[in-house]
Design a protein around this ligand. Sequence first.
Ligand SMILES: [Fe+2]
Ligand SMILES: [Fe+2]
Length: 190
Amino acid sequence: MATIITKAKEKFFQMVDDFGSDPYHLRPHVPEVEKWAKHLLKKVPEADEEVVLLSVWLHDLGHYPIPTKIDHAIRSEERAKEFLEAENYPKERMDKVLHCVRAHRCRDALPNSTEAKIIACADSASHMTEPMYFAMAKDDKENNHEFRAYAKMERDYRDLAAFPEIQNELKELYEAWKKLIKSYEKIDLK
Ligand SMILES: [Fe+2]
Ligand SMILES: [Fe+2]
């Protein structure tokens, strides 16, 4: 019998498949978030593993289809709720998962549980070990936009602070990304 985590994983890949393309690179991103979440779970063994892993697979469920005026964290929360209710997931645990999903961006809703802090940290950490900043910088250069990668890196690095050990582990990589993006920005390729 498939576990609820396996079903959440299938639900996530189905959402990407239904959209047909993957402009936000969610197919490699969410498995990377899972790796970081597992890494964090080893450091915080008192955290609820099922809540964390369910939240990994549900946190970006609201990304597609685009464009949408609704923040994807809000849409992810709505879809996660529908999914968990259909699975008869216990209400008290569902609320914990929904908070992790809703607060994963550390924007209007801030993580206030250990599990939500793990998700927000794993999401930010995964951006550092994926090619996302470079893809963002390249897209901005090609479209003559202001470079968003710096602000994104700053926010991600700030959000790692809930786990200073992880922030420290990624410090060198974060500084290397900043340097790389700065060098790339100077290249004038018409
Ligand atoms: Fe997200
Ligand atoms: Fe994410």
